[in-house]
Design a protein around this ligand. Structure first.
Ligand SMILES: *[C@@H]1O[C@H](CO)[C@@H](O)[C@H](O)[C@H]1NC(C)=O
Length: 271
């Protein structure tokens, strides 16, 4: 009885190993990634790296003592290499460069020599870490954003000291053709005077990044200062125009007075 149960477990375990098991590795988007694989050294080495996501796609092949890339999928073109001097020592490790998000999933390393063949699996997850979190201050809002992220990021705000003077607009998350995420969120300031430090944290997968913004001056002051500059400008332009008007008018007035003065003796002479 226990023998039957044991063999059932074994069958289930080997099934799980084939379809789920294997090592896991995290690759970073747009960098190189190492997919380890080893085998017992022997003559007539054959290596096939296969991406098994529903269908099987050839990533890299090696036989007859060299790379064989005629059946390589276009997606992997010029992005794969084996460590040639290590193959005879039983190392079939693959280097995958310029990692894309589509590279995620399960890989099979098939190796064969005259001594026999072997299969192993590795699961690849791709992450695009948060490189920068930008905070931008506008007249009455503060916007935090970050781009080029995978997996889907989250964004949180906090202020120091804690404040209820802000209203948070809904966070927007967009995905590019390359499956990378862009995230953005704005805080609207509701009341006047605030002298806060704003903190925006973006997190995705295992990494997170925070940027702080210390408000340079109170909101009221910034409201006051901004139009004041424009106002000042308008006053100066106004004064300049007034001066110009005054000059032109007084010049014409002067000429008119002169003309009248020149004409008036003629008039007196006539009478
Ligand atoms: C990938 O990296 C290269 C340089 O290593 C850079 O020029 C390029 O902009 C990067 N691409 C993306 C989509 O980040």
């Amino acid at each position: 009885m226990s023998v039957v149960r044991c063999s059932v477990y074994l069958v289930v375990l080997s099934f799980l190993w084939t379809f789920i098991g294997g090592d896991a590795a995290v690759c970073v988007f747009n960098t190189s990634c190492i997919l380890p694989c080893s085998f017992k050294p022997g003559a007539d080495v054959v290596i096939h790296w296969i991406h098994v996501n529903g269908k099987e796609i050839t990533v890299h092949s090696y036989y007859h003592g060299g790379d064989q890339l005629a059946y390589q999928d276009q997606r992997f073109k010029a992005r794969t290499s084996l460590f040639q001097d290590q193959i005879s020592k039983g190392d079939a490790t693959l280097q995958l460069s310029r990692v894309e998000l589509q590279d995620q999933g399960r890989y099979k390393c098939y190796t064969s020599t005259i001594a026999g063949n072997h299969e192993s699996f590795i699961n690849i997850n791709v992450e695009a870490p948060i490189s920068e979190v930008h905070i931008q201050q506008d007249e009455n809002s503060i916007t935090c954003s970050s781009e080029g992220i995978y997996p889907e990021p989250k964004l949180t705000w906090s202020t120091s000291p804690p404040s209820t003077n802000t209203f948070k607009k809904p966070t927007t998350v967009q995905q590019t053709d390359q499956q990378l995420y862009t995230i953005s969120s704005s805080l609207i300031r509701v009341h006047g005077v605030t002298d806060l430090t704003y903190s925006c944290t973006v997190s995705a997968g295992t990494n997170q990044k925070t940027t702080l913004l210390k408000e340079s001056k109170s909101f009221l002051q910034s409201l006051w200062n901004c139009p004041q500059n424009e106002f000042r400008h308008q006053i100066f332009t106004g004064l300049f125009h007034l001066c110009l008007c005054y000059c032109v008018l007084s010049f014409q007035l002067l000429s008119a007075v002169k003309a009248v003065k020149q004409r008036s003796p003629v008039l007196t002479r006539k009478t």
